[in-house]
Write a protein that binds this ligand. Structure first.
Ligand code: PEP
Ligand code: MG
Length: 798
């Protein structure tokens, strides 16, 4: 088959018979006034979309499309082909005018025909005389050769080609550009609906198999691991929004009922914290105490009582107070604060469930291997499942930042956050599911062979983690004897005992903002002292790097709201600390005092973008040291480090390195700022890659600068836990890594399997590449060759 494109049949521009602007051209984007014809087309487009969305099966949805297109374009034939990846062909699923016998049975091989060409190009093909085209291939069982004008557009959903929509006419003429625009718009608008219908009918076996099976949904990787089990949908049977107002006489009785509900809900939270105690760190439990505090919030209580005194019954008054708070949080720009609106609503539901008569609880029957499903799951929902029954978590909303995800990671329960696509969560209830928490992928009603594959993955993972456990007490040392200490990242919910059990050599990054985030006000110096002392003692004599407050960006405090249009480029990290020396000094004093008699503290400053900020911070730290040394003689001056996470810090790494004892590269922010990719935005996630050549060059700049001043560099972003990146960092001469405790054993395996020379060789090969994908391929190949193939695609059946 020839792949040559004959010039007379090129589908684009030039030879079209009318002069209407192409899609996307300025003229088509903002018409001064829509013509009556255009408005008519728009109405027809909406009608088709409506009919398709109301269809009760894939077949009727596709039939509605072909009829709609044929009527609207007044064309002689219309057809929809869907891609069947399993059999490498396109299936004619619905048609009008082609005289086709047996829709669903006629198919074209994948690389053949004009349909195949549309799919290959992923672009519209508009030709005047199809049978004369070298790519033409008649679909057996139709009278297709009678049609000359051919217009085909791809149906693409989330970058996956679902099929091709085709309009054909007897006349030898190209379709008009306006018709091409109409068909392309329709295909785009219907792709989601078709994907949904496909996923539903795939479950009944009536749809062709897609490369990425439609019985598979994508989300964010919330907590790593594979879980197989049964979906249990958690929902509230009480609906806050539906609670009516009602006048009451006895307001005192309503207030007493409200008080009882508040006490009951707060007690529930405390009970849950206790129940989870063996699996949770003290800080995890603080989260439940925070919920109890919200439930007991005086402000919420007073506002509700006030409404009761004005004559409303307790449920109605509560609805108003809760919704008032919810609206306040929902309107906030900051994703962390918006996330808190769900917490408040959830607590409202729980209070309401206690106030309303009758059984108002949701689903509480948890089978073994429960996969907890919910639109807005809260940590409380997760905690309510007996630990031995909880296998996995799927939340309709949220991100890896959500408390739910943090808790799931802490409990080592695989989780998917913010599931995308048109999945109706209700349909997952009672369904057999596989949660791939590594890739953030959910499989519905997996067939026997997929289950077998994932069982094999689980066994491999289990075996691997047992084998890696044997490395626990061995040093992280390269084949040529270079030590590369592996530290762990910790914060509010990271379990210090997990870090210790995985053989962590210290805490390379303790995010102090996390304990601040679950409180209702700034922790006092004494509270902070107790917390830091606990961490320093737990790891003593191993080093503990406490980073000063890094709020702002996506981390905010409810009691210190900052409204900004561009929070990542705004008041963040050291900038807030320097503008609020009281907050900064309280924290520094608590850290210095906690270090008294121990001496394993290292201080780290976030978001340094200019030397003035560092100099100012050093003056404040030295001042606090001297002041405390006058009161206490066991106060030591700790080593000081700066985070290199802003491009400016990369280019001033020398000046910074001269002033401090160590540098710590935060690849999360550095990648975000260098590549202009929001680290939390799933839509641009594929642009976020720490192996981008620009990031690698930045890292070289930093390590060179640090070396010139004899200062060590630690890398503490998420990328340090990626085996491919760790291998490259070895070659870069980075002195240590700090990562999540779960990643530590794998990275130790990498370090112990290569020499630094090999790492350096790989680095020079990587530097010759222009794209992150080829750099990754190179490193993955090196891992596989060294026998570490098991680290290459965790979670993917091999
Ligand atoms: C980083 O930016 O890489 C980092 C470790 O800091 P955080 O993720 O807390 O911003
Ligand atoms: Mg950072």
């Amino acid at each position: 088959m020839s792949n040559k494109t004959p010039p007379q049949n090129t589908p684009n521009a030039g030879a079209d018979s009318d002069r209407s602007p192409a899609i996307g051209s300025p003229a088509s984007r903002v018409p001064a006034r829509k013509s009556a014809g255009a408005l008519k087309k728009l109405t027809e487009l909406h009608q088709i979309i409506q009919q398709v969305s109301q269809a009760d099966s894939l077949e009727s949805a596709l039939q509605a499309i072909v009829s709609g297109v044929r009527n609207t374009l007044h064309t002689d034939a219309c057809a929809v082909y869907l891609s069947d990846q399993a059999h490498s062909h396109y299936v004619l699923m619905a048609s009008e005018g082609l005289n086709a016998q047996g829709a669903g049975k006629l198919h074209l091989r994948q690389s053949t025909g004009l349909v195949g060409w549309v799919a290959e190009r992923r672009e519209a093909v508009n030709v005047r005389n199809a049978p004369a085209h070298p790519r033409f291939c008649r679909l057996q069982g139709t009278d297709e050769e009678a049609y000359h004008g051919f217009l085909g557009v791809p149906i693409i959903h989330r970058q996956q080609l679902l099929g091709v929509l085709v309009a054909q006419q007897l006349a030898q003429s190209r379709f008009k550009k306006s018709e091409q625009a109409f068909l392309a718009t329709l295909a785009t608008q219907l792709a989601g609906t078709i994907a949904l219908s496909l996923s539903q009918s795939a479950l009944q076996g009536s749809a062709p198999a897609q490369s990425q099976s439609p019985s598979q949904y994508e989300g964010g990787a919330g907590a790593p691991g594979i879980a197989m089990g049964t979906g249990v949908l958690v929902f509230s049977t009480v609906d806050l929004d539906q609670v009516p107002d009602r006048t009451v006489e006895d307001s005192e009785a309503e207030i007493a009922a409200l008080q009882a509900a508040v006490d009951g809900v707060a007690a529930d939270f405390e009970l849950l914290a206790e129940r989870l105690e063996p699996g949770l760190s003290a800080e995890d439990r603080a989260l439940f105490r925070a919920y109890a505090l919200i439930a007991r919030s005086q402000e919420l209580f007073d506002a509700t009582v006030n409404r009761i005194r004005h004559g409303n019954w307790a449920p109605g008054a509560l609805r108003e107070s809760i919704l008032e708070h919810v609206r306040l949080f929902e309107a906030m720009d900051d994703p962390y604060l918006r996330e808190r609106a769900h917490d408040i609503r959830d607590i409202g539901h729980r209070l309401l469930a206690r106030l309303l008569p009758g059984d108002a609880t949701g689903n509480t029957d948890y089978p073994p291997h429960t996969i907890l499903i919910g639109e807005h799951l809260s940590p409380v929902d997760l905690a309510a499942v007996p630990a031995e029954r909880l296998a996995g978590v799927v939340s309709g909303h949220g991100s890896s930042l959500s408390h739910l995800a943090i808790l799931a990671r802490s409990m080592e329960v695989p989780a998917i956050m913010g599931i995308t696509g048109d999945v109706a969560l209700g349909e997952l209830d009672g369904t057999s599911l596989i949660v791939d928490g590594y890739q953030g992928r959910l499989y519905l009603n997996p067939g026997e062979s997929l289950q077998k594959d994932f069982r094999r993955v689980q066994r491999q993972e289990q075996k691997l983690s047992e084998e890696l456990q044997s490395l626990r007490d061995l040093p992280a040392e390269t084949l040529d004897g270079v030590r590369m200490p592996l530290y762990t990242n910790a914060g509010l919910l990271s379990d210090l005992s997990h870090s210790l059990s995985r053989g962590s050599e210290g805490i390379g990054l303790y995010r102090t903002e996390f304990p601040f985030m679950v409180r209702n006000s700034f922790p006092t110096e004494d509270e902070q002292y107790l917390l830091y002392r606990q961490v320093l003692e737990a790891f003593h004599p191993r080093p503990v790097t406490l980073r000063t407050l890094d709020i702002g960006g996506d981390k905010a405090l409810t009691y210190f709201p900052v409204q900004e249009a561009n929070p990542y480029l705004g008041w963040r990290g050291i900038r807030i600390s320097l503008d609020n020396p009281d907050i900064f000094l309280t924290q520094i004093r608590a850290m210095l005092k906690a270090n008294a008699g121990l001496g394993n503290l290292r201080l780290l400053l976030p978001m340094i973008s200019r030397v003035e900020d560092l100099d100012e911070a050093i003056v404040l730290i030295n001042g606090a040291c001297h002041e405390l040394q006058n009161q206490q003689d066991d106060i030591m001056v700790p080593p000081l480090g700066v985070m290199i996470e802003v491009p400016a810090a990369v280019y001033q790494a020398q000046e910074l390195a001269r002033r401090v004892e160590f540098l710590c590269v935060g690849t999360n922010d550095l990648t975000q700022y260098l590549l202009a990719v929001d680290r939390n935005n799933e839509r641009v996630a594929r642009w976020f890659d720490a192996l981008h050549p620009a990031v690698i060059r930045a890292l070289i700049q930093v390590t060179d600068a640090a070396r010139r001043h004899g200062k060590p560099v630690c890398v503490c972003g998420e990328a340090a836990g990626d085996p491919a990146v760790a291998l490259l960092l070895l070659g870069l001469g980075v002195e240590s890594l700090s990562l999540s405790s779960g990643d530590l054993p794998r990275i130790k395996w990498v370090i112990r399997s290569f020499s630094r020379d090999q790492g350096q060789e790989l680095l020079s090969l990587a530097l010759a590449q222009e794209q992150a994908t080829s750099i990754r391929a190179l490193l993955l190949q090196a891992l596989t060759t060294a026998g570490l193939g098991a680290l290459v695609h965790p979670g993917t059946p091999r």
